[in-house]
Design a protein. Sequence first.
Length: 676
Amino acid sequence: MADQNHGMPAEGRKRVIIEDVRPAVDAGRFAVKRLVQDVVRVNAAIYGDGHDHVAANLLYRHDRDTQWRKVRMQPLGNDEWTGDFVPDVIGLWSFRIEAWVDHFDTWSTDLDKRISFHVETAASSETNASAKDVWLALQTGAQLLTHQSLGASGKDAVLLETYARSFQKLAKSQTLLSQTPVTRELVEVTERNPDLLYATQSDEFPVRADRRRAGYSTWYEFFPRSAGEAGSHGTLRDAAALIPTIAEAGFDVIYLPPIHPIGRAYRKGRNNNVKAAPDEVGSPWAIGNEQGGHTAIAPELGSFADFDAMLRVAESSDVEIALDIAFQCSPDHPWVKSHPDWFLIRPDGSIQYAENPPKKYQDIYPLNFESPDWRNLWEELSEVFLFWVKRGVKIFRVDNPHTKALPFWEWCIGKVQQTNPEVLFLSEAFTRPHLMYGLAKRGFTQSYTYFTWRNTKEELTSYLQELTSEPVCEFFRPNFWPNTPDILPVALQKGGRPAFVQRVILAATLAANYGLYGPAFELMDARPFREGGEEYYDSEKYQLRVWERNHPDSLMPLLITLNTIRKEHSSLQQNNTLRFHETDNPTLICYSKREGEDRILVVVNLDTVNTQSGWTRLDMGALGLSEGDSFECHDLLQSGSYRWSGPRNFVLLDPHVSPAHIFHVRGSDSDNGKVR
């Protein structure tokens, strides 16, 4: 039988429209990212037909709450509404909007007009008619309050009925009113007890509230096996001995490449040689041998007791250990024998190894996410995370997540965080933009970025504006790395010490989260394996390295200074207020961040060879200053101070002395001469 209602809604008396709800990622398909205790500001277009007034509530709850919390939304004008809530615990939150025609507020406003008109026409022939209009309106108000009392309880119900009777009495007595009988008390009780019978309900929108380290962190990567003395194979105990010094340098996340047993079959030798000598250590990313797989520790690194001791040292140093999780296997991994169907089988019966023609990685077998046994594969992989979480690890750097199925990551991260909401995931995905963003939407807390290859003023400006603008900033948290064990950028190969200094200053001040492959960066290892490539010569991925950590040319003093600046200035601990300022020299980039009265202004010379100078054109409003203000700029790198005035100011930077100014902007003329 044909649909007689022709698509008629189940309830056509819901007259309010809710549109364009923000913040939202893909219309609420994925969670917006925030930090615990952040204010979540919700905006929406809310309107109805005609001239009736509209009201709205913002409802929100943690996924463990049984009841919605509620706050009244406020109109911004032109049918735009806003409301705030603060997620006070980490985890997954939801919010929605309910909006309705506010008949009482409409009536109350109308009554004001009728009383005013009656007072104005008191001496005219319209007096009786206007008085009758007021009395009739009072009866209507009484009916509204009686109806509204049915949805109230306790004292509120009694109060609404009391006002209803009062209005009826005024109407019957034909009292002439000169002002409204609607009191603040009545307004408040009607707001507490709205008539929601025909309220419109929006969809629910998820918000992921992470702990503070998700939004601000400073990472240092090193290989424990290179932490031994005189080139001997390092252990987790050796790694633990380095942690206090790294922590004192201002790093709060220490990231370790895989610590699992390394495969023996097709083990790679020095400089990615396809044949390894018997004593060569192989790549930590070729995971697994007869000693175990992803939940085992390579015996040459130590035992679980050593691992636990390392975690205790980290905790006492107020840093966290981030473990690398690489879901791939060496040919010797236990899964290869127990679950061969988790891998791609070639026509000759052999397992397909990893390759990116013409590159071949015979020491690594990728997992097959189209395996008929995919459910058990997913469960096993999620248990790897949970195994290390139970041992005390709360941060994971995930290797090449873009080569695994995205539905898996959404499920796996959700499963881990459901019982362990404090766990953070860093995505190592230097890949296509939509794929990189897709991983972030599906749960990765932070993400590697293209910063490593963004060098010019235009490249940096356009990329940072993309990352800090909607919709990207709602779900993508960038983590800037000037180098990694896989990537020695050409800029570092060619630019010498000025390039290293310039790049780490950019990373540390442009992004709230930044990290570096520590020993290679601080000692400025710039030797590529081949011209035009980005692989290190004598890459630590394939061999032990001896690092002269106390070398007099080490960049560690600069790193300590940068990390101290970041800790002391809250403006550098977020990305929301990043603003770029104009300069008349394209090799000078100028930008600022502001958090309340903490204002940081950075100018960087992008030329690693030549001294560059130019004039700024500051957006004074972005700095919280007036156009004609004079203000003090204290250089946190060089400890000098400059008195600047207005938006145009001269800058000269020699990259061989210091390629940048990091200014703490203090005071202004409008501060009555007070310098903060």
